[in-house]
Design a protein around this ligand. Structure first.
Ligand SMILES: Cc1cc2nc3c(=O)[nH]c(=O)nc-3n(C[C@H](O)[C@H](O)[C@H](O)COP(=O)(O)O)c2cc1C
Length: 180
């Protein structure tokens, strides 16, 4: 019997197709901030992953052409800012080629002098501990040195199939492990 939901397999992996298939994996949206003073910059990233609890490690992947790459490498630190549902304009602004600077965006500095977006839903400020080559991206592993929930807002910005949006009320759900 032929299965009715079989996905058609494809073997010649084309970048556009890979991007559109990966876009079917739902993620949150972060802005990675790094540098200080006139160097301070940010880039929208959804390749964030938590890696380890002990030690506390996280990672993100950054394209080698990104203007943020040299800033992260030189400063040796970055902040992962989790965007709230209403921050879609900020996410698109930091995904453009003209808006890497933090000028005009509310931010402050962590105790280790790493920029933090003041209205992000939560943040993880990290010391860079490792960088690995990953094709046309670099994988930056950081040890979390400081974290926070600045705005108290808990509704995240979601990315799915090239679009951003908020969770519907009935989809949010609760879990005793996270809402105790
Ligand atoms: C939702 C979303 C997620 C993105 N995730 C990444 C990512 O994980 N890594 C990356 O290098 N670029 C990612 N980008 C693209 C960058 O944001 C964009 O290329 C970048 O901002 C260009 O400016 P830059 O040179 O200052 O980095 C993403 C864009 C969007 C809209």
């Amino acid at each position: 019997m032929t299965p009715t939901h079989q996905q058609a397999p494809v073997t010649g992996i084309d970048g556009k197709l890979l991007r559109s298939v990966c876009g079917m994996f739902v993620t949150g949206v972060t802005v990675i901030t790094s540098g200080s003073g006139s160097q301070a910059a940010g880039t929208t990233v959804n390749s964030f992953t938590s890696v380890s609890l002990d030690p506390p490690l996280v990672l993100f992947c950054l394209h080698k052409d990104s203007r943020l790459r040299a800033v992260v490498e030189e400063s040796g630190a970055y902040t992962v800012n989790f965007l709230a549902g209403r921050q879609e304009p900020l996410a698109w602004a930091f995904a453009g080629k003209h808006t890497a600077t933090l000028d005009g965006v509310d931010h402050h500095y962590s105790s280790a002098n790493v920029p933090v977006l003041s209205h992000a839903m939560a943040f993880l400020s990290c010391r860079l501990v490792n960088a690995f080559e990953g094709g046309d991206h670099t994988i930056f592993v950081g040890e979390v040195a400081e974290l926070g929930v600045p705005s108290g807002e808990s509704e995240p910005l979601i990315f799915f199939r090239g679009s951003m949006g908020c969770l519907e009320e009935e989809q949010r759900g609760t879990h005793p492990m996270f809402d105790a």
